[in-house]
Write a protein that binds this ligand. Structure first.
Ligand SMILES: *Cc1c(COP(=O)(O)O)cnc(C)c1O
Length: 415
C-alpha cells in the first residue's frame, strides 16, 4: 500500500542512507561496471518519482507500478525489490512468467497479470498466488471450468470501454454479472484502460471522457447487485497526469515511474520534475586511427573524410541499441563530449568517431543513455531519433546487459 500518507510519512524514502550498489548478475559475481555493457539504476531517482507520483494520489489510492517487460528494461527484480522496500504492495506485469519470477524472488502482495495466460499455465496462477485479468467472458468461462481448481482464482475483470484490445465490453452487463457469479473466481478488481489519455485534442478528450463515463456506468449497474465491491482502477501514467479526478483504488504507473513520459515533448511539458532512473553505458574495446578515405564497418558504410580516430564500443543491436541509429544519425557521450555513431551498428559492437575527444582508450566508458559532464542523452532522445517512444527503447534493452542498482534504500542481498 502506498497512499499519500504512507509516502509523506515513509521514513524509508527520505532517510535512505547511501548504501553500496547492488548488482544483479545472473551468473557471475563481477560488479556490473566491470563488464562490457551495463545499466545503472538510480534508487534515489526511483524513490523521488514514487513520492512525486504518490503525492498526486487521493487518500486511500495506491500506486500499482507496472514492472512488466523486465520493468521497462530496467531489471524487474531490482526495481520490484526496491519498490517493496519502500512500501509498495501491488504490482502489475504483462504475463504469468513475469509474476512467477517476482514471487520466486520474494515479492509479496498483489501481482496482477494484465495479459492473457494460457489454460495450460492456469496452475501457476494458483501456485504463485497471482491475480489474473479476465480478458473477456469466454476467458472467464475457461478459468471457471478449469478442472483442477478447487480454490478460487483471484481475478480483475478488464472492461472494454473503447480501446477494443482486452476486456469484456462494458455494454454486456449480463455477461459481466455472470462472471461475478462464477464460483471458482474471486473478483477482486474491475478496471479499464484508456487509449488516448495522452492526447489533448478535443476528439481524444471527448473519447476519454466517454470511456470514463462508460466505466462508471457499468460499475454502477454491477454495484446494485453486489454488496462488497471490488477495487477499481483506470489510469496509467498519462491518465494520472491528465485525468487525476479518476484515481479510484489504484493507478497503474509505468513510464512516469521510470522518470519520463513517452516522448521528449511530453516529458518537457510535464509539470512534474521526474528523474530518469536508468543509464546505459558501454566500454570502449579499442581505438584505432583511420587515414583519410578509409572505410569502416559492414557495407563500408562509413568513409573518413579526414584522418580520424574511431572507437569500437562493446554494445550492439542485440543489446537493444536500435540499428536505425547507424550512420551519423546519433551519438554517444564520452568524457563529456559527443561521439557520433559511424557506419552500421552491429549485433554486438558499435563504432563511434572520437577524433575530437581526448583521452579515449580501451576501457573508457561511453554513455548511451544518461549524463556525461554537462551533456545528457535520454531514452526520449533515442526514441525521437528512431521514430518511436521511450517505452519501446527501454523495454527492448537486452538480457545480456548487466544491471546495477546504485543508491539503494539499504544494502541488498545478492541474487
Ligand atoms: C503497460 C500498462 C500500463 C502502464 O502504462 P504507462 O503508460 O507506462 O504508465 C497500465 N495499464 C495497462 C493495462 C498496461 O498495459
Amino acid at each position: 500500500m502506498l497512499d499519500r500518507t504512507a509516502i509523506s510519512g515513509c521514513a524509508a524514502i527520505s532517510d535512505c542512507a547511501a548504501a553500496p550498489g547492488h548488482a544483479f548478475n545472473s551468473d557471475n559475481e563481477l560488479p556490473a561496471e566491470q563488464t562490457r555493457a551495463w545499466i545503472e539504476l538510480s534508487g534515489a531517482a526511483l524513490r523521488h518519482n514514487v513520492s512525486l507520483l504518490g503525492s498526486l494520489l487521493p487518500e486511500g489510492c495506491e500506486l500499482m507500478p507496472a514492472v512488466k517487460a523486465n520493468a521497462y528494461g530496467h531489471g524487474d527484480l531490482l526495481i520490484a525489490e526496491e519498490l517493496q522496500e519502500i512500501g509498495i504492495k501491488t504490482f502489475c506485469v504483462a504475463c504469468v512468467e513475469e509474476g512467477v519470477k517476482l514471487r520466486k524472488a520474494g515479492i509479496e502482495g498483489t501481482i496482477l497479470v494484465l495479459g492473457y495466460t494460457c489454460p495450460g499455465q492456469f496452475p501457476l496462477l494458483l501456485d504463485y498466488g497471482l491475480t489474473q485479468t479476465i480478458v473477456d467472458y469466454p476467458y472467464a468461462l475457461s478459468l471457471q471450468d478449469y478442472p483442477a481448481s478447487s480454490t478460487r482464482f483471484h481475478v480483475h475483470i478488464a472492461i472494454d470501454t473503447g480501446m477494443h484490445r482486452l476486456g469484456e465490453r462494458y455494454e454486456h452487463l449480463e455477461k459481466l454479472r455472470a462472471i461475478f457469479r462464477m464460483d471458482h473466481l474471486q473478483v477482486d478488481g474491475l478496471y479499464t484502460h484508456l487509449c488516448v489519455s495522452d492526447s489533448h485534442s478535443q476528439r481524444d478528450e471527448d473519447y476519454t471522457h466517454g470511456q470514463i463515463r462508460a466505466f462508471y456506468q457499468t460499475v454502477g449497474e454491477l454495484k446494485v447487485q453486489n454488496g462488497s465491491f471490488p477495487k477499481l482502477h483506470l489510469l496509467s501514467s498519462y491518465g494520472l497526469l491528465n485525468y487525476p479526478d479518476f484515481c479510484e483504488d489504484y493507478v497503474r504507473t509505468g513510464i512516469a515511474l521510470y522518470g519520463m513520459l513517452s516522448t521528449k515533448k511530453d516529458t518537457e511539458d510535464c509539470p512534474l520534475s521526474l528523474r530518469p532512473v536508468l543509464s546505459l553505458k558501454a566500454r570502449v574495446a579499442c581505438v584505432r586511427a583511420l587515414s583519410k578515405g578509409e572505410s569502416a564497418g559492414y557495407g563500408l558504410a562509413f568513409t573518413s573524410t579526414r584522418p580520424s580516430r574511431i572507437a569500437a564500443l562493446s554494445i550492439g543491436y542485440a543489446d537493444g541499441l536500435p540499428r536505425s541509429l547507424s550512420n551519423g544519425s546519433s551519438h554517444v557521450l564520452i568524457n563529456g563530449r559527443k561521439a557520433p555513431v559511424i557506419g552500421r551498428i552491429c549485433m554486438d559492437q558499435t563504432l563511434v568517431d572520437v577524433t575530437e575527444i581526448p583521452d579515449v582508450n580501451a576501457g573508457s566508458v561511453a554513455v548511451i543513455i544518461g549524463r556525461s559532464g554537462n551533456l545528457e542523452i535520454t531514452a526520449c532522445d533515442l526514441a525521437e531519433w528512431t521514430g518511436t517512444i521511450a517505452n519501446e527503447i527501454l523495454s527492448r534493452l537486452g538480457e545480456r546487459l548487466h544491471r546495477i542498482l546504485l543508491e539503494p534504500c539499504r544494502p541488498k542481498r545478492q541474487f
